[in-house]
Design a binder for this molecule. Sequence first.
Ligand SMILES: [Zn+2]
Ligand SMILES: [Zn+2]
Length: 722
Amino acid sequence: MDFESCSSSSVQPSRPYHGFREFVPDARNWKDVPSSDEGESESETVFPGILCAPCTDLWSWLSNSWDIWDTRNPEAWSALERKAGFPHHKSGAELEASFRAGCHLCTHLFHSAVQFDRLRNDEETEEEALQSIRRGGLVRVYVQRPNLNFTPSGFLKLRPHVEAQNDGDAGEPLDGARQQRYSSVPSGNTGGGVMLDRLPSPPWTTHIPGEDMASHPLHTASPKSFQLVRDWIRLCTESHLSCRQTEPQRLPTRLLRVFVHGSSSELATRCVQLVEMEPGTMNTGNLRYAALSYCWGTSNSVKLTRSTHKALLGGIPAAKLAKTLEDAVHTTLRLGLEWLWVDSLCIFQDALDDWTREAATMYDTYQGSFITIAALGASDSNDGLYARRDPLQYAPCPLLPQRGGSETIWAYPDTTCLDPPWKTYYPLHTRGWVFQERILPPRTVKLGPMVAWECREVFTDDLKFEEAPKVTLCGEFHRICLGNIDQTKIRDFWTVALKAYSRGQLSVKTDRLSAISGIISGIQKATGWDNMSGLWLRSLMTELVWWTHAKQCKRTGLRPTWSWISVDGVINSLHIDKSKRRDLAAVQVKSRHNCDVTSDSIPQNTPPTLQLSCIPLEISSCEGGTRLVPEFLIVSSKPNPQKLDFRLDLEGMLPQFFVPLFAVVGSEASKANICGIGVIRSQAYPGCYERVGFAESDGSVDLEDFQRRFLNHSMRESLNLV
Ligand SMILES: [Zn+2]
Ligand SMILES: [Zn+2]
């Protein structure tokens, strides 16, 4: 493909504006086996790296002054950043036309301009941003050096600015005021842009032998997409040792056999049939089944109940199922498999005992699957699995060297700063229960805006859009289960896993602990660590200092308050090197279960209780933020009070006491930061205390002085924390 051939005429098929929001309505007519006579729309592809004339000029301009861009000299850089941007398209409308015609760089620049317009005008809708760009005059592209602290990589950042109409034209020198305005536009590093990275191959690629990078399918059910998934499966099963099933797994109680009924292709119907297994049957490896991970939503389609049981045993057309399930049958067949597991069709939905029994084996079901199909983009079981998307909006654009150089530069959107739709295209990941389904399977194909892959050794997608983590969560968890990993790493895994899990929503808030119990029991089995209400007892002191953002947070209704299971919000936790910790309190388990406790001070049926031996410090005031969510706690001691950063668990629940738990000493041994929790006297359990937040000082506290002022002259007390 000629890089300079594109001008105003369209060279790409038409693509959806948003990149991804259109599911494909009807999978009924698709063939299960790829063949040459497949429909046009399924086979349509777009070419990456095609540039319009202004982008070709921009690229020559950039590559001609490459040495300057490459400099690490901050002064040279700031001089460059003060320069007026490169004059690109003559108007916003022309930029949009070029994006629609298929210029790959214009696609990134256009979406970044829309995004930036929205950021500058708070509350602006996407439609308003689009209108303002369409009305806009000259487009200038500014060059910045990205802030490497915030961006994963990136050698340069391009930021387009569309001038308001009548701002002037390209040739006119800038007067002072306008210079000021232009130079102010690209300052700062937030708000996205287009990153340029210098790499020999696309960023974040996992090379599949024979993989064709020449064009990207417009449609995620295309033959090309399925070929790629089959290649991933082959690579994984042939060369990934850790993705192999090492020992026989228990088979699910029920599975769906998927098959095509009818011989001639016109009459062929995809069908599913419920098959019941002998309970406790072990899978010796011959039966490969796919498991579906999806959002139920509100759909009310065929489920397994007493009334549908018989029909399902006899087999029904897949077309009667909810769309996502119907598509999953199609995917299973396209991957050459015969068996599928779907919760709503393999567990009775009107029998609580069956549900309870089967839900307990979910761990084995996902871990024992050959592959899991994740409906990443669907928020409802009627959405489906397959989508039309704009590959150019997600895929990195290759920019070839101008003269003699060998490295390709890749341009891709700076997703770290972007708003939706970039960050919310995974409705599946918003569901708390789904978290274990992400971690347990040996391999998963994810269908959303990308066709993505995650196994225990590889994480990739068809557009090379996402940065592959060095270790995948599912690979790390597998290593933990095998006992092949040191304890610090397990703790790191838990911190990451807990945060990812707590981002998800649970429709039943009290499932907060049960929806992650499979991961907890996996770690328990491998390490022998004891877990109580979601906290690891071996490092209980540091486990107590989790924190969240009160404004997003609600109670789950679960106790104890000292555990993150009591709040419904994203949980952050600190991982503190034990050698740097100086304990200021002691903690032990007083009672484990919701049961009677033989103590005068604790009433009957208390939640799990911890006993803190500590010096609670009375809080003299809360400051900053709002009255309901203060930012600081002040603990008084004449003459100098101590100020602490404070993160409240729930709005409006202000602490009465600060309990210092430990100090973390820095490299300068005398300087430390004090960590602890805010507590109140419990109304529900007289004589006990409840946690209401986390507090810490900055790192500059003189530990000896702090102890002298606050701790040395007080007696330790025993606090029962519920
Ligand atoms: Zn262009
Ligand atoms: Zn693998």
